[in-house]
Design a binder for this molecule. Structure first.
Ligand SMILES: [Zn+2]
Length: 61
């Protein structure tokens, strides 16, 4: 599978499933489920995390 979200495309190593804070205009709006690369610290939100994230953003408007 080419689109393996669990593997960092930059480092080609397995990422850790945890939560990552998301900030909007410099304001942190919450922690969301995401894969975080232990090497380059890139954050890739999971489908779940992204869904929650969208909910928060919608609520604000
Ligand atoms: Zn990486």
């Amino acid at each position: 599978m080419i689109n393996n979200i669990e593997v960092c495309p930059h480092c080609n190593i397995k990422m850790e499933l945890k939560t990552a804070p998301y900030s909007d205009n410099g304001k942190i709006i919450g922690d969301f489920e995401a894969y975080v690369c232990p090497s380059c610290n890139r954050v890739f939100y999971t489908d779940n995390g992204y869904k929650e994230l969208t909910k928060y953003i919608m609520k604000k408007r």
